[in-house]
Ligand binder design. Structure first.
Ligand SMILES: [Zn+2]
Length: 257
């Protein structure tokens, strides 16, 4: 059962966010604290446009609140802070679940036999369709696990058709270099997991290169020092693609020393 959102999120009419609500949201998202005043102002403006353009709904028993929509919108807008809202074109809906939810899956094996099963998920991004997210998981943002950034990274990946861990790259970026760096890091992570090593990022990243891109994007924005330490070449590619350097935002706060 879906519920409709508040009037102030009506389509196509960006409205100024109440300042206290915006400040409360920023305070709950530690990875936003390193943004400059100018960047925070731009994030706020982008978030206002996002809220005007996208349509939120919730699955019972969750009831949408301004704070929920704003938190998801602000997190979702961070990856496109220097790219623009056009990077989230082609879809409108965000469905917020109270908790993890079940997605019926269907796969066909090599003998043509169709296997059906249920997968429990914290988020899901449908190509050309809505983005689904668990609110209880979204509230865990801050320590390298960020389901919102994860799903929005999938949306960026989907923008050029194939879902393959390669979003549309900017002029001057080389898709071969991106692929090689991403796959090298992915292979290294899989080797480490096979060897029983402690994993610096969520082992779910080993699922496939697409998931690796989404999980590594979470790490890039939330704990960039980890990504830069273990996969510096990947960090550099992400910095070029997202046109951000989250590591530089950590330094003034002395979080690395
Ligand atoms: Zn994923």
């Amino acid at each position: 059962m879906m519920r409709k959102l508040f009037a102030w999120l009506s389509p196509h009419r960006p409205q100024a966010l109440p300042e206290a609500l915006w400040q409360n949201t920023v305070a709950t998202l530690p990875f936003l604290r390193g943004l400059s005043a100018e960047e925070l102002e731009r994030l706020k403006s982008l978030t206002e446009q996002f809220l005007a353009e996208k349509s939120f709904s919730a699955v019972e028993p969750l009831e949408l609140s301004d704070a929920i929509c704003l938190s998801i919108a602000a997190q979702g807008c961070l990856p496109i802070l220097n790219l623009g809202l056009g990077w989230y074109r082609g879809w409108l809906g965000i469905v917020v679940y109270p908790d993890e939810f079940v997605i019926p899956r269907e796969v066909q094996d090599e003998d043509g036999v169709v296997h059906r099963y249920d997968e429990v998920a914290a988020g899901e991004a449908w190509e050309g369709g809505p983005l689904l997210v668990s609110w209880s998981d979204a509230q865990l943002a801050g320590e390298g696990y960020n389901v919102v950034i994860h799903e929005f990274a999938h949306k960026l990946d989907m923008l050029n058709g194939e879902i393959d861990g390669i979003p549309p790259l900017h002029p001057g970026m080389d898709e071969n270099v991106w692929s090689r760096v991403l796959l090298d890091a992915y292979d290294d992570l899989c080797d480490r997991l096979d060897a029983g090593d402690e994993c610096v990022i969520d082992p779910y990243a080993a699922e496939d290169p697409t998931e690796f891109f989404a999980v590594a994007s979470e790490v890039f924005f939330e704990t960039p020092d980890l990504l830069n330490t273990h996969y510096p070449l990947l960090y550099a590619q992400f910095a070029s693609f997202y046109r951000q350097d989250p590591l530089s935002r950590m330094r003034p706060r002395g979080l690395l020393d």
